[in-house]
Design a protein around this ligand. Sequence first.
Ligand SMILES: Cc1cc2nc3c(=O)[nH]c(=O)nc-3n(C[C@H](O)[C@H](O)[C@H](O)COP(=O)(O)O)c2cc1C
Length: 234
Amino acid sequence: MPSPTEQHWTPVHGEPYRPVPYRPARMARPESLARAAELRARMDERRTVRRFSPDAVPEQVVRDAVACAATAPSGAHQQPWTFVLVKDADVRRRIREAAEQEERISYDGRLGEEWLAALRPIGTDAVKTHLTDAPVLLVVFQQRYWLAEDGTKHKHYYVDESVGIAVGLLLSALHQSGLAALVHTPSPMRFLSEVLERPANEKAFAVIPVGYPADDCEVPDLVRKSLDQVLVEV
Ligand SMILES: Cc1cc2nc3c(=O)[nH]c(=O)nc-3n(C[C@H](O)[C@H](O)[C@H](O)COP(=O)(O)O)c2cc1C
């Protein structure tokens, strides 16, 4: 039986295949080039922020960013995601407490030396002030399966890929709307389902604090791979 909060769903795009015309206006080449260059420069300015100002953010900007994320392509259009917007300070405090409990075990050895060495240049440790300093958290859940009205379970396909793409769109939308974010993946993340009382078909994917950088915010001096290093043209 589904847990009380588990939602049933009926795909609205059910059989049969129902095509509709799609004829977006083609963008003129100069405009296309200009927009691409502008977006590339803008995206290059995005940085992961771990020190947030407690200043409030316009919540509608966050909702719009989630709506952008929810336009992501997904395996068989199953849209296997849930975004929980956490504003309540007490809930953020409970998430921080539980996350730091797991992170202490991780940094005290659970991660292993190779992983800890990879994290050293990033400068992270088990203290997660961003979970209470940022004015809002977006907790992203993957829906591993969906439940039909009759209670039967149906598998979702390509859940990791779909939710990863949605989070990419989310980060882009937040950045382009002037907000900073961090993808935080405490491991294990089961506590998020408990604190947020999420149903059994959902598995936490990431906690994303959203806000403005603190006045004294610093980020690691990282170098991104060049285009030549990441693009192979055949
Ligand atoms: C899947 C994923 C998981 C991440 N997990 C964490 C995390 O748990 N804690 C953290 O501080 N940063 C985390 N990050 C942020 C990365 O460390 C960061 O994106 C990377 O260092 C590059 O920095 P930049 O985003 O400023 O370009 C994660 C990023 C991704 C994509």
